[in-house]
Design a protein around this ligand. Sequence first.
Ligand code: NAD
Ligand code: ZN
Length: 353
Amino acid sequence: MILGHENTGEVVEVGRDVEFIKKGDLVSVPFNVSCGRCRNCREGHTEICMNVNPAIPCGAYGFNLGGWQGGQAEYMMVPYADFALLKFPDKDQAMEHILELTFLSDILPTGFHGCVIAGVKPGSTVYIAGAGPVGRAATASARLLGAWAIIVGDTNKERLAVVKKAGYEVVDISKTASLADQIEAIVGVREVDCGVDCVGFESHGYGPGAGEDSAAVLNGLLEVVRFGGGMGIPGVYIAGDLEACNETEKQGSYNLDFGKAWIKSPSLRAGQCPVVKYSRDLMMAILWGRMDYLSEVMNVEVVSLDRTIEAYRTFDEDSAKQFIIDPHNSLKKATIDRRVIFDRVPHSESIHK
Ligand SMILES: NC(=O)c1ccc[n+]([C@@H]2O[C@H](COP(=O)([O-])OP(=O)(O)OC[C@H]3O[C@@H](n4cnc5c(N)ncnc54)[C@H](O)[C@@H]3O)[C@@H](O)[C@H]2O)c1
Ligand SMILES: [Zn+2]
């Protein structure tokens, strides 16, 4: 299996049945493999396409979800290309924003989806659990949606520092002060309108020295999201995790304080992001300078394909960087403002040469 579900590229060849996508087009590849023809796709639910994975209605590149090979390679194949691909309307304009446009295949729509299903709107207060790539993309999304207070929680100090520097509020959940205490210190009340889970089942608990606790984020959101508020859960919860703490969690059941929370009438939505639902709108926002604040919080470094292993090692240590692999050194060849790229990716060999 070739890894790589977040792909952006140039079309080098089109199959016999492709009518509208042309060789030379610059495109974003949504990470959900989807046919565009089944009932779910036609209802906008490309994350649960019924025709791309015989085992379960859900396909993705580079995972064990339908056997579709990923894009951490020189080339990849995209089925149902006319439906699936998002074409950038102008290549020169796209290359000026290409780093941000690479986020359209997954993390930006995912962070945005998390905010949308949590009900983020102008004036909202939002707590985003997790300062990883998805959490950082969610902060920028909450800002685009007009949220007033955007608070990000994590224990990773390096990641929190990036978020703080980009102008968002942060809470360190390893502190003795509870999550609600820390939220109160920022917005004056112990709750928020909306909570977004950008962590999933690999979460740890609250307070100094807390260990793994798969339900910590869900229970934390059930506590701090206001009565009648919304929870968006793009963070992944799975059945069959062999490293789960106990048999129940191995089956995908988590220990939720749902009885305590029920009276709050929460809205709660989870699942994979249907990328095509959002990616065109977010592309336009990027192309027309409405998300210029995105790069700072994403903290990108571009690496060549042969530096991928090194990038994986760094990322595995929960680095605050987001790596973009550039297999053909296209960024080097591109007619782009090198000064801007230089500032953003000082260690990128492909740009230095
Ligand atoms: N729904 C989708 O379509 C979709 C798409 C992409 C990613 N995801 C999922 O989103 C989640 C986040 O992805 P990522 O790449 O940013 O992950 P990541 O592992 O890089 O980041 C998660 C962060 O959460 C922090 N964390 C752990 N416990 C916490 C807690 N209790 N409170 C707050 N922060 C806590 C970690 O320190 C880490 O920095 C993962 O579960 C990923 O699989 C879902
Ligand atoms: Zn389908």
